[in-house]
Ligand binder design. Structure first.
Ligand code: SF4
Length: 308
C-alpha cells in the first residue's frame, strides 16, 4: 500500500467514527477499498450486515443494486454509494415490464429474482436469492414452477440440481462471467497442471460442468482456505484472486483468464470513499411504492435464507 493510500485510509477511519458510518465493501472491490471497509462480503453477507448495523449512515462500496438493497432493508438509515454511476450490466438487462410479461405467460409460476437486479425489478418478484442461497431457497419453495430472472446461467445451474421443478428463464447474463470460454479453462489447466478449477455459477453451463467446484464468491474463498490442495484456477472476478493471494500466501491462485474484471466494481477509488464520507450528500432514495414491494421480495429471502 502506498503512503498516500495509508494516509487516506487513516482519514476515512477517523471520519467514519465521527459520522457514525459503517463501510460495507463487496469482494469484487479493489483491495485498497476492502482494507478501508468495516466489512467485506458477497451479496448475501452484505445484505445481512446492512440489516444488522447500528450505524446511522451506510456507505456501500459496490454497484448500485447493492446500495438499493441496503436502503430497502434499512429504510430509516442513510445509504450512500461513492460512485452512483457504478451499475451492473446484468441488472440493466431486465426491466419490470419484462418480468410482468413473463408472469402473464406463466401465471402459475413464482417469480424468483437474483439479487443482481434493480429495486424496480425486485418490486414485481416474489422471492430474491443470491448465488450462495439460491439452491436452498428454491428447493424449499412450495411452488414447482419458477420464473428465474435475470441470470440464465445461474438459473440453469440451479435447474439442473432441481429436476423436480419446472423453470422459465430470461435471457440475461453477467458479461464478465459469461465471456469465460471453455478453451480458456482448458488453456489455464494446461498452464497450471494439477490445479483445481473453482468457478462462479454466473459462468456458462459448459464452464460449470468442467469445474471441480461451483460456488459463490465467499464459497470459493472458503474452499481455497480450507482445502489441503495447493493450486487453484479461479473462474470469477480478479479481486478474488488478489484477495486469496494476499490471505493465503502459501497457495498458488491463478485467474482463469485476464479479462475477468468487472469495470463497474473498479470505479470506486479511496478518494471517492473519502469524499462521500466528508459530504454525506446525495443519499440513495427510492420511490415509496418500490421500497415497499421490493422489501417484501428481500425480506422473503432473509427469512428463507436463514431457515434450516
Ligand atoms: S460482475 Fe457481473 S453481475 Fe457482478 S456487478 Fe459486475 S456485471 Fe454485475
Amino acid at each position: 500500500m502506498t503512503s498516500d493510500n495509508t494516509a487516506i485510509i487513516r482519514k476515512i477511519k477517523k471520519l467514519k467514527k465521527e459520522k457514525n458510518a459503517v463501510i460495507l465493501a463487496h469482494l469484487y472491490q479493489d483491495l485498497e477499498i476492502q482494507h478501508a471497509a468495516d466489512f467485506c462480503g458477497d451479496s448475501f453477507e452484505l445484505a445481512k450486515k446492512a440489516r444488522s448495523t447500528d450505524a446511522e449512515n451506510i456507505i456501500f462500496c459496490g454497484v448500485s443494486f447493492m446500495a438499493e438493497s441496503a436502503k430497502i432493508l434499512n429504510p430509516e438509515k442513510h445509504v450512500f454509494i461513492p460512485r452512483k454511476d457504478a451499475g451492473c450490466r446484468m441488472a440493466d438487462m431486465i426491466t419490470k415490464d419484462d418480468v410482468l410479461k413473463l408472469k402473464e405467460k406463466h401465471p402459475s409460476a413464482a417469480v424468483v429474482c437474483y439479487i443482481n437486479s434493480s429495486a424496480d425489478t425486485k418490486s414485481v418478484c416474489d422471492m430474491c436469492v443470491t448465488s450462495s442461497n439460491s439452491l436452498k431457497i428454491i428447493k424449499n419453495m412450495k411452488e414447482n414452477e419458477i420464473i428465474f430472472v435475470p441470470d440464465k446461467n445461474l438459473g440453469s445451474y440451479i435447474a439442473k440440481q432441481l429436476p423436480e421443478k419446472k423453470f422459465h428463464f430470461f435471457n440475461g447474463f453477467c458479461p464478465v462471467h459469461n465471456n469465460i470460454k471453455l478453451e480458456e479453462l482448458k488453456k489455464a489447466k494446461e498452464l497450471h497442471p494439477g490445479s483445481l478449477v473453482l468457478v462462479h455459477p454466473e459462468c456458462r453451463p459448459e464452464i460449470s460442468d468442467a469445474a471441480d467446484f461451483v460456488g459463490s464468491t465467499s464459497a470459493i474463498i472458503n474452499f481455497v482456505k480450507e482445502s489441503n490442495e495447493k493450486s487453484f484456477i479461479i473462474g470469477t472476478e480478479k479481486a478474488i484472486v488478489e484477495k486469496l493471494t494476499e490471505e493465503c500466501p502459501e497457495k498458488d491462485v491463478f485467474l482463469i483468464a485476464d479479462h475477468v474484471v468487472c469495470r463497474n466494481m473498479k470505479l470506486t477509488s479511496l478518494e471517492d470513499l473519502l469524499y462521500t464520507l466528508e459530504d454525506l450528500d446525495d443519499e440513495v432514495i427510492l420511490p415509496d411504492g418500490v421500497m415497499i414491494s421490493a422489501r417484501t421480495c428481500l425480506d422473503n429471502m432473509m427469512k428463507a435464507g436463514s431457515a434450516k
